[in-house]
Write a protein that binds this ligand. Structure first.
Ligand code: XLS
Ligand code: NI
Ligand code: NI
Length: 442
């Protein structure tokens, strides 16, 4: 049998070599098969590669076209390029050792002149992906539809003022759901795309939000009718591409889901840089979702704190990730979700090898954060501090407050007759920051 041509001939499978290694193409912390609490690290962390950045990203920015030229992007037939590109992608997934990948419909197959042609193109690439998934064991973490690149969606998809565009988007998502199911996708993501607005001079905010809710209800109904069991996820983002995105952050997402009766069907896919853009920390967004039992999955990346846009960088900030992992583990993990590298190479990082360095760095940073977070939780020092800090609500009148057994009248009487002035207690932030550093730096 003819051996398939390698697209990364100089790179061997990336192995775990431990923290002491000097090999930049090896893992120092991520040991996929290491069993932690009865589960491998691979099963705990569920890493995923984002097809759009890793295999469709060219380094283009508003000031110039792409800089990244891949050897496999050759020829004139878009369909055969798409297939070769997918061969390269699966070779990459396998050499990197990631169990999952994610895509938008238009990432893997070119858009045709009509929806029917787009669907036929997609079917061919889905068949190709099926073969690769079977051969490599790599699985689909989530599927989604690109409802933002084509000019028909310039004023939104589900929130478009034209019902015709809404209908088109519905047909596209129907197909994306079929495809996600055919490939065994474990989740389906709705990132808002252009669901938002630039100016209220041309926008009926209330109607647009109601239409978005109608769209999501249709998705839930359709998924049910085809027996799709994957988890639906909303990915909040406050701005970009539109000035006001309707899914601003997790808190506004929760309000939206509850208002429209969608809460039982959705969880959140939280992206680090989207949290930054919303003026929150990554951990804040995770903790907010977890507090409501709605933590679903993570788009693992980082923004640049000096820039105000979605720079989608690989995250190597162990402190930020350790705090995130503390919240994720405390919430009981990500369930069917995972850590998807929605992150791209910088414009001058043009070597195929850079794709490996980027993902190795991201995976190692998360693996180290995972280990540190486990140690933090096992030691229980922060948990002990928190327990103590809120202890006044565990007994007596504090407990009555928490259980809503008292009101203003009772508390007023208590303060006037018995309690008097409270004694302020230190919040101990500096002590706690130093304590955190003992885990990060010994
Ligand atoms: C864009 C989003 C997008 C989603 C998938 O900012 O992060 O990449 O993850 O549509
Ligand atoms: Ni994302
Ligand atoms: Ni993003």
């Amino acid at each position: 049998m003819k051996k398939a041509k390698s697209h990364f001939p100089r790179i061997k499978s990336i192995a775990y070599e431990g923290p002491g290694t000097k090999n930049p193409l090896a893992f120092r912390h991520y040991n996929a098969d290491e069993v932690v609490d009865g589960k491998t690290m691979a099963a705990h962390l569920r890493f995923s590669v984002a097809y759009w950045h890793a295999f469709r990203g060219t380094g283009a920015d508003p000031f110039g076209p792409g800089t990244i030229q891949r050897p496999w992007e050759k020829g004139t037939d878009a369909m055969s390029i798409a297939k070769t590109r997918m061969d390269a992608a699966f070779e990459f997934f396998q050499k990197l050792g990631v169990p999952f990948y994610c895509f938008h419909d238009r990432d893997i197959a070119p858009e045709g002149r009509t929806l029917a042609e787009s669907n036929r193109n997609l079917d061919q690439l889905v068949a190709h992906a099926k073969g690769h998934q079977k051969a490599t064991g790599v699985k689909l973490l989530w599927g989604t539809a690109n409802l933002f690149s084509n000019r028909r969606y310039m004023c939104g998809a589900a929130t478009n003022p034209d019902a015709h565009v809404f209908a088109y988007a519905a047909a596209q998502v129907k197909k994306a759901l079929d495809v996600t199911q055919a490939l065994g996708g474990q989740n389906y993501v709705f990132w808002g795309g252009r669901e938002g607005y630039e100016t209220l001079l041309n926008t009926n905010l209330k109607r647009e939000q109601a239409h978005l809710a109608a769209f999501l209800h249709m998705a839930v109904d359709y998924a049910k009718s085809i027996g799709f069991k994957g988890q639906f996820l909303i990915e909040p983002k406050p701005k970009e591409p539109t000035k006001h995105q309707y899914d601003f952050d997790v808190a506004s997402g929760i309000a939206f889901l509850r208002t429209h009766g969608l809460e039982p069907h959705f969880k959140f896919n939280i992206e680090t840089n989207h949290a930054t853009l919303a003026g929150h920390s990554f951990q804040h967004e995770i903790e907010t979702a977890a507090a409501h039992g709605l933590l679903g999955s993570i788009d693992a990346n980082a923004g640049d704190e000096l820039l105000g846009w979605d720079t989608d960088q690989f995250n190597t900030n162990v402190k930020e990730l350790t705090l995130a992992m503390v919240s994720i583990l405390r919430a009981g993990g990500l369930g069917s979700g995972g850590l998807n590298f929605d992150a791209k190479l910088r414009r001058p990082s043009i070597d195929p090898e850079d794709l490996f360095h980027a993902h190795i760095g991201g995976m190692d940073a998360y693996a180290l954060a995972f280990k540190l977070a486990r140690r933090i939780l096992a030691d229980g020092q922060f948990a002990g501090f928190l327990k103590e800090r809120y202890a006044s609500y565990d007994t007596g009148f504090g407990r009555d407050i928490a259980k809503r057994r008292v009101g203003f009248r009772e508390l007023n009487r208590l303060v006037l007759t018995k309690l008097g002035e409270p004694t302020p207690r230190s919040g101990k932030q500096e002590y706690l920051e130093n304590l955190l550093n003992t885990y990060l730096h010994g």
